[in-house]
Design a binder for this molecule. Structure first.
Ligand SMILES: [Zn+2]
Length: 151
C-alpha cells in the first residue's frame, strides 16, 4: 500500500511538471513559463527582487509591447517626455527575438543599485540585429527601476 501511494504521488507530480512544460516559455529565456516568470511582474502580483529580474521583465515587456510596464519601471528622473510615444510608434517595427545576460553586478535583494550587461536580439524589417547594453538600475520607492544606460 505504501508503495502504491508513493507511485501515485510520482504520477501526480509528473502530471504537474508536464502541464507546466506545455505552457509557452517566457520570452526572457529564463527557462520558466511566462506565467511563472515575467507575467507575475507584469500583472503586479509580485515585484522583481533583483535588478536582473527587472531587466528580464522589461525585455519581455519590449517583446510584448507592454508600454505601461516599461514607463512605470523607468526612474522618473530618467523618464523622457517622448518615451511613451517612441515605444508606441516603434512597437510594430521591432521583434525582440532573444536575450542573453552577459554579467550582473550588485542588484541583489539587499542592494540599492545594480548593473546588468546583456545582448538583446531583434528582427527589424526582416533584418536580424543585436544590441549590447550595460544598464543601470536603482530602487525607487523600494522597487527596482531602470535608471540609465552606462555605455
Ligand atoms: Zn521571464
Amino acid at each position: 500500500m505504501r508503495i502504491f501511494i508513493h507511485s501515485l504521488i510520482i504520477i501526480l507530480n509528473n502530471t504537474k511538471v508536464n502541464a507546466k512544460k506545455n505552457e509557452p516559455p517566457c520570452p526572457c529565456m529564463s527557462g520558466l513559463s511566462y506565467t511563472t516568470c515575467c507575467a507575475t511582474y507584469h500583472t503586479g502580483s509580485s515585484k522583481p527582487e533583483t535588478a536582473e529580474q527587472l531587466m528580464r521583465s522589461r525585455y519581455t515587456a519590449y517583446h510584448m509591447a507592454l508600454v505601461d510596464y516599461l514607463v512605470n519601471t523607468t526612474h522618473p528622473d530618467k523618464l523622457r517626455p517622448n518615451y511613451r510615444h517612441q515605444l508606441e510608434s516603434t512597437k510594430d517595427d521591432m521583434d525582440w527575438s532573444g536575450l542573453e545576460i552577459i554579467s550582473t553586478s550588485m542588484g541583489t535583494k539587499l542592494d540599492k543599485i545594480g548593473k546588468v550587461r546583456f545582448i538583446a536580439q531583434y528582427v527589424m524589417n526582416t533584418e536580424k540585429g543585436s544590441m549590447e547594453e550595460h544598464s543601470r538600475f536603482r530602487r525607487y520607492k523600494g522597487d527596482w527601476v531602470y535608471y540609465d544606460e552606462k555605455g
